[in-house]
Write a protein that binds this ligand. Structure first.
Ligand SMILES: C[S@@+](CC[C@H](N)C(=O)[O-])C[C@H]1O[C@@H](n2cnc3c(N)ncnc32)[C@H](O)[C@@H]1O
Length: 289
């Protein structure tokens, strides 16, 4: 059995680097940074890999930035999402595990007992890094996905990720702010899934968000208006019109939005995330709102 490479004199052990850094930054951050720099998996760090001095210096510099609050995903320009590794920078929100769950739940519903026949048309409203659009395009290899955002700079990041995954023929970009924009009129009754992780934080709560979110992520990704419901309401009002009879509207919502959503769409299904908080709303195409 081969032994893991031991550090030479010009190298430091990965284990030793992590041990020291974990006193200053969360251990998960230290692991994320070092695994990124070494191009290895997290568990490999614990086999005592040799880290060249130059890489160790870079690690210390990034760890210092993480200590002052910078998210490690922006420092490395890399964020995991399901089986993807996406480019991110401060133009887009860092994809969250709760959104992975949204995609998984939407996929389960779309693949249900009577999956739709033919080529699927999917709309990702507020695409940001393109995480949802790319995950869906890969899950349904014959689908077409429209990735919508009001931020041109976010769309540039999404385009970069779509190109990296070779999906440019099936994922198209739309620069728009509302689903009743004339650009969507030709889609009425033709869409299998409208999915969105919209900005849904109530404005008064923004100053209380953790510093790494508040000071680094785009406000446009977070601020949902006075009650956090501006885009949620717009999606409930105009989303169903785009859907095929068995289509689906799937979105992430704030824990405080359950009653608001039910008031606008009586048949909406509200679901909790893995931590037990209200987080998702689903509405079927034929359902009346
Ligand atoms: C919470 S982020 C979600 C990004 C990505 N889908 C994700 O899950 O990580 C919301 C996104 O919606 C976009 N956005 C905000 N208001 C919008 C609007 N009125 N029309 C279109 N996009 C909007 C923001 O620019 C941002 O990229």
């Amino acid at each position: 059995m081969s032994r893991p490479a031991r550090p030479s004199t010009s190298q430091v052990s990965s284990f030793e680097l992590l041990r020291k850094a974990a006193r200053k930054v969360p251990r998960s951050d230290a692991e994320f940074l070092l695994a990124h720099l070494l191009g290895c998996r997290r568990h490999e760090l614990y086999s005592g890999l040799g880290v060249p001095t130059k890489t160790a210096r870079r690690f210390h510099s990034l760890a210092a930035k993480a200590r002052s609050g910078a998210p490690v995903q922006y420092l490395t320009h890399s964020a995991p999402f399901l089986d993807l590794d996406l480019y991110v920078d401060r133009r887009v929100m860092i994809p969250r595990p709760e959104t992975e769950e949204l995609v998984a739940r939407a996929l389960t519903r779309l693949r249900g007992p009577k999956p739709a026949a033919g080529r699927r048309l999917l709309v990702d409203f507020g695409t940001g890094s393109g995480c949802i659009a790319i995950a869906l395009a890969r899950s349904f290899p014959d689908s077409r996905v429209l990735a919508v955002d009001k931020s041109l700079t976010a769309l540039a990041v999404a385009r970069r990720n779509v190109l990296a995954y070779g999906l440019e023929r099936r994922v198209k970009f739309i620069h728009a702010r509302f689903l009743d924009d004339p650009v969507f009129a030709r889609l009425n009754g033709r869409v299998d899934l409208v999915i969105s992780n919209p900005p849904y934080v109530p404005a008064r709560r923004l100053p209380r968000l953790p510093k790494r979110v508040r000071d680094y992520e785009p406000k446009m990704s977070l601020d949902g208006g006075p009650k956090g419901t501006n885009i949620v309401a717009m999606l409930l009002k105009h989303g169903p019109r785009l859907l095929k009879p068995r289509g689906l509207l799937a979105m992430e919502i704030d824990w405080s939005h359950g009653r608001f959503v039910r008031r606008l769409a009586r048949s909406a299904e509200i679901e909790k995330d893995l931590s037990g908080r209200i987080r998702y709303a689903f509405l079927k195409g034929s359902a009346s709102t």
